[in-house]
Design a protein around this ligand. Structure first.
Ligand SMILES: Cc1cc2nc3c(=O)[nH]c(=O)nc-3n(C[C@H](O)[C@H](O)[C@H](O)COP(=O)(O)OP(=O)(O)OC[C@H]3O[C@@H](n4cnc5c(N)ncnc54)[C@H](O)[C@@H]3O)c2cc1C
Ligand SMILES: *[C@@H]1O[C@H](CO)[C@@H](O)[C@H](O)[C@H]1NC(C)=O
Length: 495
């Protein structure tokens, strides 16, 4: 198999046409990445989206380095990604009641302190609207065929003819050689694929808001407190992330020249939903934010910030837990789930966007390697390549969320790294494209020999080295948490 070097950029046109017709459902990060990567790998692509356009709403998420390495093939995106990355950002850490615990430091310096190279950080916080606009421009440059207003209600496949397809709520049918279901949590493909798992209420939710920063003008004290960070070296005003950690809660703010963002994790109040359009008003937040955070109330300054948040802006997003499940493909492997449709992550895990993009890159590559004659095999190889890694990333997300949610300041004082989530090299150092080319033949060989996916130790791992997969459940993790035990990650080196 051709080995892809990091410096080896293969732009559109590098791969011959594969003759594979791919139908993608959904224009989230998973679907959009799949669309451009499938085109680059020579497949014929059509995309369906239920809404009238690509939804560029949202606030911020973490994009791991493993999900951005493929920008080397997309020079315009690489350039834009660099421009929207806050590589000059600062970070400052507070106790939730307002005491400053760690003074503002350059993110780059914190990385250096942790022994990492600031030029290739494990990932970056990105504004979702900017990332989406970057994708929209790429998709338009490439002329990707996206049909909007197509709400998919059912998926089907036919083993004999080797086709799969979807039906929309208008009764329209679309067919292709392979269908990529990138339609997010609760994918309509679950009936066919069979991977549906029960969503469990976590009892937790997040308030999240992003709005133009001029709203802070109404209160000069708030404006002053949440101002950008002046860099003493060059006098520039630079973006700053402020983290707020307390017992049973954590929050984050981001100040940019144009935008103010705040996010706060909290106990459910009754109005939360697993929906990015479920908004509430600030008085509801103010009435509930001091519940479940121990004896000290929230910093008054944070409350003032919430008061300034414009109406119709605060999303109350309910956090659900779902156990990992390995069924991502239909019986004849002509329909395959990627992104949130295959596995959901807690927003605090820092991995939802990353794993969705990785999935898309891996699948486009596997289809290219396998070719039109071997689509089901390529789909199954892809799932096998991705599942254990994903389950590990999900588990790590729990451990990180636990760390954030219950900050023990006596320990953080000794080791400030305790106040930041774990971002191990097996997560961020991975290159999903390179990996697919490296292991594809071996994975297919193992499948032909009938080796179960969790007993195959002939493949170099893309998960913690030395880890042996064991099914795990959230119930079991929660039981441990209730008994005060740290999340048991499992065998292998998770650092
Ligand atoms: C509007 C919005 C805002 C978000 N904001 C944030 C945020 O601020 N922070 C954060 O961490 N995460 C956010 N997320 C979630 C995050 O984008 C995803 O968890 C992650 O990127 C994985 O993406 P995905 O492509 O698998 O799923 P999603 O991003 O959920 O994309 C799924 C896509 O499929 C479409 N779709 C769904 N059902 C159908 C159907 N039946 N027929 C046709 N199309 C369908 C949806 O309209 C959507 O475009 C947001 C998601 C959305 C949709
Ligand atoms: C926050 O609480 C601590 C006690 O844990 C107290 O010493 C400190 O003064 C408080 N900070 C503010 C800003 O009120």
């Amino acid at each position: 198999m051709p080995y892809i070097d990091d410096s080896d950029s293969k732009p559109v046109g590098s791969y011959p046409n594969s003759g594979i017709d791919v139908l993608i459902v959904g224009t989230g990060l998973a679907g959009l990445t799949a669309s451009i990567e499938c085109i680059r790998k020579g497949h014929n692509v059509r995309v369906l989206e239920r809404y009238g356009d690509i939804n560029t709403a949202g606030d911020m998420y973490f994009m791991g380095l493993s999900a951005t390495k493929f920008f080397k093939h997309w020079p315009e995106m690489a350039k834009e990604f660099k421009e929207i990355s806050m590589s000059n950002a600062w970070i400052e850490t507070f106790k939730h009641n307002g005491s400053r615990m760690i003074p503002p430091l350059k993110v780059a310096d914190r990385l250096r302190d942790a022994g990492l190279d600031p030029d290739t950080p494990p990932g970056r916080f990105q504004m979702r609207p900017l990332v989406y606009k970057m994708y929209v421009r790429q998709v338009e440059r490439l002329g990707v065929q996206i049909q909007f207003g197509k709400r998919v209600v059912d998926y089907f496949e036919d083993k004999m003819s080797g086709k799969a397809g979807v039906v929309t709520d208008q009764g329209e049918r679309f067919e292709a050689d392979v269908v990529i279901a990138a339609d997010g949590v609760g994918s309509k493909s679950q009936k066919l694929v069979g991977g549906q798992v029960r969503a469990m209420k976590s009892g937790r939710a997040m308030w999240r808001a992003a709005f133009p920063i001029h709203h802070l003008d109404k209160n000069p004290e708030v404006k002053e407190f949440f101002k950008m960070q002046k860099n003493p070296a060059n006098g520039e005003e630079e973006p700053i992330i402020r983290t707020w950690l307390g017992p049973g809660t954590y929050a984050m703010t981001l100040t940019r020249s144009d935008t103010m963002i705040w996010i706060m994790n909290h106990d459910v109040t009754g109005s939360e939903k697993e929906s990015w359009s479920n908004t509430i008003e600030s008085d509801e937040v103010l009435a509930n934010m001091d519940k479940g955070v121990g004896p000290l109330p929230w910093a008054p300054m944070f409350k003032e910030l919430i008061k300034l948040t414009p109406s119709n802006t605060i999303v109350n997003f309910e956090l659900f837990w779902r156990n990992p499940q390995p069924k991502w493909a239909s019986p004849a492997a002509r329909v395959v789930n990627i992104g949130d449709a295959a596995h959901s992550f807690l927003p605090a895990s820092g991995n939802g966007a990353t794993q969705a993009i990785e999935d898309a890159i891996s699948l486009a590559s596997c289809l290219q390697i396998g070719g039109k004659e071997n689509i089901p095999e390529a789909v199954r190889a892809h799932v096998r390549i991705r599942f254990i890694r994903n389950a590990c990333a999900q588990k790590l997300g729990f451990s990180n969320a636990e760390l954030l949610q219950d900050t023990d300041w006596s320990k953080v004082k000794l080791d400030p790294r305790r106040a930041q989530p774990k971002l191990p090299s097996w997560v961020w150092g991975h290159d999903p494209e390179k990996y697919a080319y490296e292991v594809y033949d071996q994975v297919v060989e193992s499948m032909r020999r009938g080796v179960p996916f969790d007993e195959d130790d002939s493949i170099p791992p893309n998960y913690p080295p030395g880890y042996k997969y064991e099914p795990w459940s959230i119930e079991q993790i929660m039981e441990d948490m209730r008994n005060g035990k740290p999340v048991e990650l499992g065998s292998g080196n998770w650092d």
